[in-house]
Design a protein around this ligand. Structure first.
Ligand code: ADP
Length: 447
């Protein structure tokens, strides 16, 4: 086992990884930007290294500074968390070239899945059903028009290098296609340095259902069930639950088998998430994430398996510590992503937290790096806390979540707690009756 691990991240996920390390008897090295010098992940770690000024491009994305920090501190492995460098194949390669273990899959698999078009092609080869669309990059508005005519409107133009809900344009009819094409191409070039686009049929009211995968270097792959992440705003997840209220046992088994068989064929190692859209009892692959996900705790609460611990074990070359038959699902879990944003306008609301009182009690988990007096900086993602609750069934889980949200105090800044309270009191949500555009429709009713 590693003696020392460097955590190349910040905020709640840096804490999450630190906690797994400490429970495994591993010492931790935090890296931080200048503005994060007083952050909780720095305070808790055994050692810390400042890697640059506040802008992420000069600190949390600064590969030479992070690798030097690992070398200076003698860390044997680097955990990238999510976001930042977690899906940067070159980073994984450089880390390995320096004789340091990258806690994640192989750089080859990160690269493969990092380009959505290449990933689509590979997924088809592995037997996964795709959303109908263009098999290759679409080169011109004319070519886009002929493909769109074939698959039928509405269509979605997608950037091959897109992510985080960005780089997607919905097109309702042929008149709008040419303009949308050049706009999306320019945006993709500016945001991702790659203007390659492809087209998918825009599925109407699907659910976003993803499968948690775990693989070792001996060819074993298991799944830990699915997460339903259909409550979204601007294609970004807001609430996630495990298991999905939309699947019956037969659909669940079909999904798990499909994902495991594809990942076995690929020889995938470490943690990964295979994402699908689900409609009319059919699954359609959209992308794969080759890292730990923000919403991993809901899977931990229903399986009792510590995913980060397993991820670190797997990175040492150890075999999986459990088989498929050992994975059992108990009760229900829901996660609310709480951000430092105005709950109505969603304007970012950085600032100083004057008081912080997280909820407690049975089966309530709060993953957050906040404390009273902490100043949420304006430089990074606005996620400030994840409230994750478990119940013996979905109703108990929702009642507990309502209670926990009532107790949660974060003063001094605006947060999305009121939005989550509204969602947990909503009848459609209570019925499990929602799709990926449901929250947007709900918010539009306010306007
Ligand atoms: P990203 O990498 O930016 O997260 P994804 O491909 O994972 O992008 O898609 C994010 C979300 O966008 C999905 O969960 C879904 O809500 C929506 N979406 C993506 N593809 C389609 C599609 N073909 N039809 C309808 N909605 C889609």
């Amino acid at each position: 086992m590693f003696e020392k691990v460097l955590i190349a991240n910040r905020g709640e996920i840096a804490l999450r990884i630190h906690r797994a390390c400490r429970e495994m008897g591993i010492r931790t090295v935090a890296v931080h930007s200048e503005i994060d010098a007083g952050a909780m992940h720095v305070r808790l770690a055994d050692e810390s290294v400042c890697i640059g000024p506040a802008p992420a491009s000069e600190s949390y994305l600064n590969i030479p500074a992070i690798v030097s920090a690992a070398e200076i501190s003698g860390a044997e492995a680097i955990h990238p968390g999510y976001g930042f460098l977690s899906e940067n194949a070159r980073f994984a390669e450089i880390v390995e070239e320096h004789g340091i273990t990258f806690i994640g899959p192989s750089s080859e698999h990160i690269r493969l899945m990092g380009d959505k078009l290449v990933a689509r092609e590979k997924a088809a080869e592995l037997g996964l059903p795709l959303v109908p669309g263009s098999p290759e990059a679409v080169e011109s508005p004319e070519q886009a028009a002929s493909i769109a005519d074939e698959i039928g409107y509405p269509v979605l133009l997608k950037a091959a290098a897109g992510g985080g809900g960005r780089g997607m344009t919905l097109v309702h009819n042929a008149d709008d296609l040419a303009g949308a094409f050049s706009r999306t191409q320019h945006e993709a070039e500016a945001a991702f340095g790659n203007g390659a686009l492809y087209i998918e049929k825009y599925l109407v009211k699907p659910r976003h259902i993803e499968v948690q995968i775990c693989g070792d270097s001996f060819g074993n792959v298991v799944h830990l069930g699915e997460r339903d992440c259909s409550v979204q705003r601007r294609h970004q997840k807001v609430v996630e639950e495990a298991l999905s209220p939309a699947l019956n046992d037969a659909a669940r088994a079909r999904l798990g088998d499909m994902a495991v068989s594809a990942m076995k064929k690929l020889g995938y190692t470490n943690l990964g998430t295979v994402e699908f859209l689900y409609t009319g009892d059919e699954f359609y692959f959209i992308e794969m994430n080759t890292r730990l996900q923000v919403e991993h705790p809901v899977t931990e609460l229903v399986t009792g398996i510590d995913l980060v611990r397993e991820q670190i074990r797997l990175a040492t070359g150890a075999p999986l510590s459990f088989g498929q038959k050992d994975v059992r699902f108990e009760g229900h879990a829901i996660e609310c992503r709480i951000t430092a944003e105005d709950p109505e306008t969603f304007m970012p609301a950085p600032g100083t937290v004057t008081s912080f009182h997280p909820p407690g009690g049975m089966s309530v988990r709060v993953d957050s790096a906040l404390y009273a007096g902490y100043a949420v900086p304006p430089n990074y993602d606005s996620l400030i806390a994840k409230l994750i609750v478990h119940g013996r069934n979905r109703i108990e889980c929702m009642m507990r979540l309502r209670r926990a949200l009532e107790e949660f105090v974060i003063d001094g800044i605006a947060t999305t707690i009121p939005l989550h309270q509204r969602l947990m009191a909503n009848q459609d949500f209570a019925n499990g009756d929602y799709d990926v555009a449901w929250l947007e429709r709900l918010l539009a009713e306010d306007d």
